[in-house]
Design a protein around this ligand. Structure first.
Ligand SMILES: [Zn+2]
Ligand SMILES: [Zn+2]
Length: 267
């Protein structure tokens, strides 16, 4: 008769094997496009799907990271909200930089990157992000690279925190230019999936969502520039909440680095 412990051990072994098989299949068959399942020479996105990606250019809005051909649905520098949430008059960061719009292979890579087995795609994204923005990033000087973390319960359940992973990879690239990884933020409660919520609800759910770690105040007194890192920027509700917590803890200048910019519905 099997004990619960031995069943749990068997289960853990099966999970490990699944991870290994998945990793192995990506090694031997790395040439599948994540978007259309066609042949992908670069290992993740075929030529057609890559050419359809709307990559960041210097024409994009440097504050809200919207492409130039889109109207600023929520308004640049401001997010118009009805009461009782109130009107946000100014975004708390000075600049935001995205890799691309949230569509096609970038969307697929972001969604896979939310899972542990998709971490290799997150690494692609951060390298591409760095290729696009290294010249800009290198001018910022000493700064903290801070992820917008998951709640501990989700990190525990999924065994992975996508923003923390992206942030650590970006910090590796950034370190010669003075960027240092810093996990200053803690999410104080678990939140529902924001993608299911309207803008107003997102701001309500993310209000006072973050706390800073004890060491953050001292560290921010030393270096007060922060680069917040998140995978997807939609309304900015989560990032605004995170940035506010850091400002209260002493951050003076905040930048936002995101992999994908969702195009808001025109209103
Ligand atoms: Zn494709
Ligand atoms: Zn803008």
């Amino acid at each position: 008769m099997k004990t619960i412990r031995s069943i749990a051990q068997d289960f853990a072994r099966i999970c490990q094997i699944t991870e290994i098989v998945r990793g192995f299949s990506e090694l031997v068959a790395p040439s599948i496009c994540i978007e259309c399942q066609g042949f992908a020479l670069n290992g993740w996105s075929c030529t057609t799907c890559t050419s359809q990606v709307e990559w960041w250019t210097d024409q994009w809005c440097p504050v809200c990271a919207n492409p130039p051909n889109r109207s600023h649905a929520a308004g640049c520098h401001s997010v118009k909200l009805s009461k009782p949430v109130g009107t946000q008059t100014k975004l708390p960061w000075v600049q935001a930089r995205s890799l691309a719009t949230y569509s096609g292979s970038i969307r697929s890579a972001c969604l896979s990157g939310k899972k542990k087995h998709g971490m290799w795609l997150s690494e692609f994204l951060t390298d591409l992000w760095w290729d696009l923005h290294s010249a800009w990033a290198s001018k910022i000087g000493p700064c903290w690279i801070v992820p917008i973390p998951r709640h501990w319960s989700r990190r525990f359940l999924e065994g992975h925190d996508p923003s923390a992973f992206l942030s650590s990879k970006i910090a590796q690239n950034w370190s010669p230019a003075g960027g240092q990884s810093a996990n200053f933020l803690k999410r104080s409660r678990a939140t529902p999936y924001l993608s299911d919520l309207y803008t107003e609800e997102r701001f309500r759910v993310t209000a006072q969502l973050f706390q800073v770690t004890k060491s953050a105040v001292d560290e921010l007194a030393r270096i007060s520039t922060v680069v917040l890192v998140d995978d997807i920027l939609t309304t900015g509700a989560t990032a605004i909440s995170a940035a506010r917590a850091l400002k209260l803890a002493g951050a003076k200048t905040i930048y936002l680095a995101t992999m994908a910019r969702t195009l808001e519905a025109e209103s």
